[in-house]
Design a protein around this ligand. Structure first.
Ligand code: S3P
Length: 445
């Protein structure tokens, strides 16, 4: 990694201020994708301008949308009315699994051929989880090695609707099948036994699509979409990302004397598990000004560094609602008093990196006692800050990078990460915004 830019974080106290967290990554991706499909021009405020969403925007442009930002910062996505153009070149999804998997679903129902690739991290991630149901519907996948990117997808305008029970709790797989179902013949139904984020369902409704969710006798959710519907452009006011907000939240909890307010954070019940767990750990964290904005629940998070957190057992059922927050929760657990037990974490092994291994290795290097299982992590906190003083490998994973920078604000010795660049995939401006609160994060010499 020649252009790697190592950064370090050092013990900090009294983080103070109001923090504007960038727009929600999941909602931003879907805004651009649904805007591409829609008739008319979709507008969006507070769209996340991270690299992941920009990869989706580039793909939307390659398939016929016009995507631009005006002087006031509003994004305009002029759609295709459902007639996707043939992309001329390979489409690079960068680090973004959401771009790759949702766009594969979206392209499947159109008679075009698209080649997808990504960075070294994305090219290692499993795509069969979407290829299997999409192949069953009639899409063709060629030129790939064992279901990994790069791959070529041949879509079809005569896809067959299917009923598909999700074998893994994954909003990306659910969304890919539903987006293919939009252009399939008949009614496509996805059955999820474990609820995952429902932005695709909620937002498609906002774009005028008839999509229904019912809970069956076994308690599973059945989401159905009739093929042949055209989306109507609309306005999306993107809430701030609860996953990104988790980093300054944990930072404020770990830095003594802190008092921080995070404004307008999305509080969708299928996303907010981290805040419930932190409250169970005894965090001084309150949700203020709870309200509905553009159909999504939002709240201001008021967080203070007044107490030592206590270890907890995380309910395995809450895992899908905080699937991206385990790295930063592990940092909180490392500083807590008592044992924190996290189970049902198999999916962490196939994220932007093997997050279970990356977190366990990094924490061990910082002097934290822990046990790593195949799908679990147990952290033995003793209520005092860990030693720190380690160089952490980030492996192109933005959440690993930010998590260890947060930890370094509390440890005895600084924590250094090998590269700050991955942070831009989801959280442009992270370092400056943290510094404005009083956090000591800077380039490592
Ligand atoms: C996402 C779903 C989750 C999450 C990812 C974003 C989405 O992935 O980890 O960051 O926007 O649908 P999985 O579907 O793989 O759980």
């Amino acid at each position: 990694m020649n252009n790697a830019r190592p950064y370090k974080s050092e013990r900090s106290e009294n983080l103070h201020g109001t923090f504007a967290v960038p727009g929600d990554k999941s909602i931003s991706h879907r805004t651009v994708m649904f805007g591409l499909l829609a008739e008319g021009t979709t507008t969006a405020t507070d769209l996340l301008e991270g690299e992941d969403v920009m990869a989706t925007a580039a793909a939307a442009t390659a398939m016929g949308a016009s995507v631009r930002k005006d002087d006031q910062g509003t994004w305009h996505i002029q759609g295709t009315g459902g007639k996707l153009g043939q992309p001329k070149e390979i489409m690079d999804m960068g680090n973004s699994g959401t771009s790759a998997r949702l766009l594969m679903g979206l392209v499947s129902g159109h008679a075009i051929e698209a080649r997808f690739t990504g960075d070294a991290s994305l090219c290692k991630r499993p795509m069969k989880r979407v290829m299997n149901p999409l192949t069953e519907m009639g899409a063709g996948f060629t030129d790939h090695q064992d279901g990994k990117l790069p791959l070529t997808l041949k879509g079809s305008s005569t896809l067959k609707a299917i009923t598909y029970e999700l074998p893994v709790a994954s909003a990306q797989v659910k969304s890919a099948v539903l987006l293919a179902g939009l252009n399939a013949q008949g009614t496509t139904t996805v059955i999820e036994t474990v609820p995952t984020r429902d932005h695709t369902e909620n937002m498609l409704k906002g774009f005028g699509v008839d999509i229904t969710t019912v809970q069956n006798d076994n308690g599973a959710y059945e989401i159905s979409i009739q093929g042949g519907q055209t989306l109507k452009a609309c306005h999306v006011d993107v809430p701030s990302d609860p996953s990104s907000a988790a980093f300054p939240t944990v930072a404020a909890l770990l830095c003594k004397g802190s008092d921080v307010i995070l404004k307008s954070i999305g509080m969708n019940d299928r996303r907010n598990g981290i805040y419930k767990v932190l409250q169970n750990m005894g965090a001084d964290l309150t949700l203020e000004n709870e309200r509905i904005e553009a159909g999504e629940p939002v709240a201001d998070i008021h967080v203070k560094g007044t107490k030592t957190l206590q270890g907890v057992t995380v309910d395995p059922e809450i895992v899908p609602s905080m699937i991206d927050e385990f790295p930063v929760l592990a940092m909180a657990a490392a500083c807590a008093d008592g044992v924190t037990t996290m189970t049902n974490l198999a999916e962490l092994r196939v994220k932007e990196s093997d997050r279970l291994a990356m977190v366990a290795n990094g924490l061990r290097a910082c002097g934290v006692e822990l046990e790593e299982g195949p799908d679990s992590l147990t952290i033995f906190g003793n209520g005092t800050p860990p030693r720190g003083g380690a160089l952490i490998e980030t492996a192109l994973d933005h959440r690993i990078a930010m998590s260890f920078l947060v930890l370094g604000l509390a440890t005895e010795k600084p924590v250094t990460i090998d590269d700050i660049s991955p942070v831009n995939t989801s959280f442009p401006g992270f370092v400056d915004k943290m510094a404005a609160l009083g956090a000591h994060i800077s380039p490592a010499d």
